[in-house]
Design a binder for this molecule. Structure first.
Ligand code: SAM
Length: 428
């Protein structure tokens, strides 16, 4: 938009892919309005271009739409963590399912296979990536503001576990000596079975005083471990009282600092339930993008499992846990980059089923290789319906049938949707 900023009256017709309200000007220009609900009549300030239209900010709600609701969090509207706290449960659930339907439709796939959304309760996010910024007179700690590098200094959060929320204020104080004005850090907090594990990534090493403050924090709040790293480097311990540990099925895993785990225990349980429900009677299963073994260990009760993952620390944790549990023969692991070196059809054909759970960008190369394989059952776990639909198309073009899709709302109030899907190789 080259016009100077101006205000307009706008009616919201639908919600777009980021959860933003969408309205249309008389000349057909589409206006995206964050935090707007369908049916809202608004005064909107136009703030710039976005894609095929413009983006606007709510100045005034003239008349709320029928699905508008009161958000529970006072940071909602600024914090980038949540996009959809302002609509009621029915509109919210419909929108989440529509994201899966739309992605599949755009890939030329039908919607028949999609079942109802599995909800995950608030206050259960046990793993969170936060940002901290030194201000000179203190530290801001929270999530990034929406579409911005600024930090929303959180004093409440309705997604994090109570233990993580309670740590925000003391952590903010403890970071003061390290994060002087202008210094930033990325912080991964994981609420494990043996206490909170914290990894701080920063450009400058903590001074002795900064380490002492963090050690005091760890002792006072009974944290399991605190580590720090320079971006991309091996984490170094600052303090450890216990080994951060979780159980996948009945197998205990020693988590590496900052390790990927499913963001909530309830979300993990929902995904595991769906994967097991989709598992055929199988002798051998491949678990691709296996992480520390979230699926591998529960699958190993039903089949021999080969886990493949690119992250060195995750593979080592998985191998150690398998060996400690006496599962070394039943669960094998391989460190491999599945984007550059996907398992090829002859390797895949040894398995009765393949589970794959890639990062948000999906698994294009691996899906293309699966499409060439004879594996009878493929189970996809995905945190992005768009890349899932692209990979699903490859499988369907290779002769698979998309039989079932279970959407799981792992990221409550965010514009993300997770899902588990089953593909069956059509009989020739
Ligand atoms: C969404 S996580 C799933 C992990 C695991 N399935 C779980 O549920 O905890 C995606 C995993 O893919 C791994 N990964 C990312 N890129 C990869 C690649 N190119 N090849 C193999 N693994 C990769 C990440 O390290 C991460 O563990």
């Amino acid at each position: 938009m080259d016009r100077p900023l101006r205000s307009i009256e706008l009616e919201i017709e639908s919600l777009g892919a980021l959860g933003d309200g969408l309205g249309t000007l008389a000349d057909g220009t589409r206006i995206y309005v964050p935090y707007a609900a369908v049916g809202d009549r608004l005064i909107v300030a136009l703030e710039g271009r976005r894609g095929d239209g413009a983006v606007g900010r709510i100045v005034e709600i003239l008349h709320p739409g029928p699905g508008r609701a009161q958000s529970p969090c006072r940071h909602f509207g600024r914090c980038g963590g949540c996009a959809l706290q302002h609509i009621d449960e029915a509109s919210y659930r419909r929108w989440k399912i529509e994201q899966v339907e739309t992605a599949l439709r755009r890939s030329g796939l039908g919607n028949d296979a999609i079942s109802d959304l599995v909800s995950i309760p608030p206050h259960t996010r046990r793993r969170a990536a936060l940002v901290a910024l030194g201000r000179g007179n203190g530290v801001e700690l929270g999530f990034h503001a929406r579409a911005s590098r600024s930090v929303v200094d959180l004093d409440e959060c309705h997604v994090l576990t109570p233990a993580l929320t309670a740590l925000l204020a003391p952590l903010r104080a403890a970071l003061g000596p390290w994060l002087t004005a202008g210094k930033t850090a990325d912080i991964v907090l994981t609420d494990t079975a043996t206490g909170i594990d914290m990894l701080v990534a920063a450009k400058t090493a903590p001074s002795l005083a900064a380490r002492r403050h963090l050690t005091d924090l760890g002792r006072a709040h009974d944290l399991a471990r605190i580590s720090w790293s320079r971006a991309g480097a091996e984490p170094e311990p600052i303090m450890q009282q216990r080994q951060p540990r979780l159980r996948f099925g009945d197998v205990a895993i020693d988590l590496p600092p900052g390790a990927f785990i499913q963001p909530s225990a309830a979300g993990e349980a929902a995904l595991v339930r769906a994967v097991l429900a989709f598992l055929p009677k199988a002798g051998r299963v491949a678990d691709l993008f296996a992480g520390c073994g979230t699926f591998a260990f529960v699958l190993s009760r039903h089949a021999a499992v080969h886990a493949v993952e690119s992250d060195k620390a995750a593979v080592e944790a998985l191998v150690r846990a398998a060996s400690r549990a006496g599962l070394a023969g039943r669960v094998t692991a391989e460190r491999r980059n599945l984007e550059s070196y996907p398992l090829a059809a002859p390797e895949l054909d040894r398995f009765d089923a393949v589970v794959f759970d890639p990062p948000r960008r999906g698994a294009k190369a691996q899906a293309a290789a699966l499409a060439q394989s004879a594996v009878p059952v493929v189970i996809a776990v995905s945190c992005d319906p768009k890349t899932f639909a692209r990979d699903a198309r490859l499988l369907v073009d290779g002769g698979y049938r998309l039989e079932s899709v279970v959407p799981v709302d792992q990221f409550t109030w965010a514009a993300h949707v997770e899902l588990v899907a089953r593909f069956l190789r059509a009989k020739s």
